[in-house]
Ligand binder design. Structure first.
Ligand code: ATP
Length: 297
């Protein structure tokens, strides 16, 4: 049984389709990245999965419970953890009091262990917390009852790089021990680091669903070059280069062809500086909206 299964999940607000016929399944024990730019519809999906808003059409199951069935969804909530994008804690409580409140509802057998990794100032009132401290408190409450499935909406927002690393490592360990994680983000590199599989959402629609490695293989590399002389576009650019941008003697592009051909092409130029990296989310979107994507759909 899939831990999460979406079937034509659709949410419309007037003319806006925040989610438009999304179908996908997240298997038990995987860490699934739900990737899309701001406003793509990630939070809308997550809020429907939690039963916080109702689908306009279609449905989904979470740990086997149909999201339209409030009673069934309530029954699985003990096995479910949730880290919302906006943490709606009662600001007047201290961190400790907030955790006590969640503990009474769902249990807290892992609270101490989690607080060794993520340690917000528990004695202080939440109204004094920084964004990073709020997020850490949110992470502790999402995992402390040892859920089977954790749904996280932009979980690293507000965390400093060290804490981000710690969270990524923690998630890898959780998945290794059998927890299922649904992880939304607008940062490709982060999804690439932690996730097995990725679903890309854009303007409410799922535009890709595949293994992260395959997605990156198909998406080419981002190349930035500083040549000694000005770039002559019709001489330099080949058909494997897309999203090309040229300024004087600097050129950047996404390269989708064979890497050996690129290297032999570059030997005819005097290169002052070079950077080759994985493409940004935007470049991948452009790629997906090129002919290949149009043909596939
Ligand atoms: P972000 O990363 O910025 O949080 P997101 O991918 O989570 O973005 P959503 O918050 O799900 O995106 O929003 C998807 C679309 O639905 C946006 O166009 C948003 O304006 C619209 N939308 C979301 N909630 C509502 C609402 N309650 N009423 C009207 N439109 C809404």
């Amino acid at each position: 049984m899939a831990a999460i299964s979406l079937e034509n999940l659709t949410k419309r607000y007037g003319d806006v389709s925040a989610n438009d016929g999304i179908t996908l399944a997240v298997e038990e024990g995987e860490i699934f990245g739900y990737l899309g730019p701001n406003g793509a519809g990630k939070t809308t999906t997550i809020r429907q999965l939690l039963g916080l808003i109702k689908p306009t059409e279609g449905t989904a199951t979470v740990l086997g419970a149909d999201i339209r069935n409030r009673k069934a969804l309530t029954e699985v909530k003990a096995d479910l953890g949730y880290l919302p994008d906006e943490l709606g804690f009662d600001e007047r409580l201290t961190g400790n009091q907030a955790l006590d409140y969640f503990a009474r509802m769902r249990g807290d057998q892992r609270r101490e262990e989690l607080l060794e990794l993520f340690h917000p100032p528990l004695a202080k009132k939440i109204e004094t917390y920084s964004a990073g401290n709020r997020r850490m408190l949110g992470i502790v409450q999402a995992f402390m009852h040892d859920p089977e499935l954790v749904i996280m909406d932009e979980p690293t927002a507000g965390l400093d790089p060290l804490k981000q690393d710690r969270l990524h490592q923690f998630l890898a360990e959780e998945v290794a021990s059998g927890t299922t994680i649904f992880f939304s983000s607008h940062i490709l590199s982060e999804v690439q680091r932690v996730c097995d599989r990725v679903g890309i959402i854009r303007e409410g629609q799922l535009v890709a669903l595949e293994d992260i490695e395959k997605l990156l293989d198909r998406s080419g590399k981002h190349v930035w070059l500083h040549l000694r002389d000005d770039v002559v576009e019709n001489e330099f650019v080949t058909e494997e280069m897309i999203n090309v941008e040229i300024t004087d003697n600097a050129i950047q592009f996404t390269y989708t062809g064979d890497y050996n051909s690129l290297l032999s092409h570059l030997t005819s130029y005097a290169i002052d500086d070079i950077e080759i990296s994985n493409p940004q989310l935007d470049d991948i979107f452009k790629h997906y909206y090129s002919e290949e994507f149009t043909e596939e759909t």
